[in-house]
Design a protein around this ligand. Structure first.
Ligand code: MN
Length: 191
């Protein structure tokens, strides 16, 4: 579908699945995230056993213009790599000074954020609640439940995505399952 950024448009995202009948999502298989999970042995095994879909999201091509708004749904699927829950790659915005909002439609999890100076926070993602990700903070969704974690997001159209910093350095913190509960630990791979 063509989006009319001058006149406006309507787009559908399902409340339970996050999926759109009209827009096309970008999919991230585990093999496209190699090295991002702490347990590389478990990661390789899962890729060999069928390479699961970890998450998908809608990139609807907002104009790279400060007055436009990029928005869509993000769906992180339930699962774990070793003890680490399925998550998105996470990113900073290329224009670091730009914020984002996430409203949870269904599922259960956390939004893990951290800034270049090392301050971090894990905000609960729960249906009916909005998380405000402030400017300068990298952000990653983590599904700690057993159903898809579905959020709706919106940010400034020209903010851009810097995935490279997180792909190279990782996050300072990880969320893993310990004694059946989500637990925040230091990332042993953090550089
Ligand atoms: Mn973002």
């Amino acid at each position: 579908m063509a989006y009319d950024w001058e006149k406006g448009f309507v787009l559908d995202f399902d409340k339970e699945t996050g999926l759109s009948k009209t827009a096309v999502s970008t999919k991230r298989l585990l093999s496209q995230m190699q090295g991002m999970f702490a347990d590389s042995v478990a990661e390789a095994e899962l890729i060999a056993k069928g390479d699961p879909l970890v998450y998908e999201f809608y990139e609807i091509g907002a104009p790279e213009h400060p007055g436009d708004v990029a928005a869509g749904a993000s769906i992180t699927y339930p699962g774990k790599v070793g003890e680490e829950y399925f998550m998105t790659k996470g990113h900073f915005h290329t224009i670091l000074d730009t914020a984002e909002v996430y409203y949870t439609l269904s599922g259960q999890g956390y939004m893990l954020v951290e800034n270049p100076e090392g301050d971090w926070e894990a905000y609960a993602l729960e249906p009916g609640k909005m998380v405000y990700v402030p400017k300068r903070y990298a952000h990653r969704s983590i599904n700690t439940g057993d159903t898809p974690l579905v959020t709706f997001f919106a940010f400034r159209g020209d903010a851009g995505h810097d995935y490279g910093t997180i792909e190279t350095k990782g996050y300072r913190k990880l969320i893993v399952e310990r004694d059946g509960k989500p637990t925040i630990i230091d990332n042993p791979k953090w550089k």
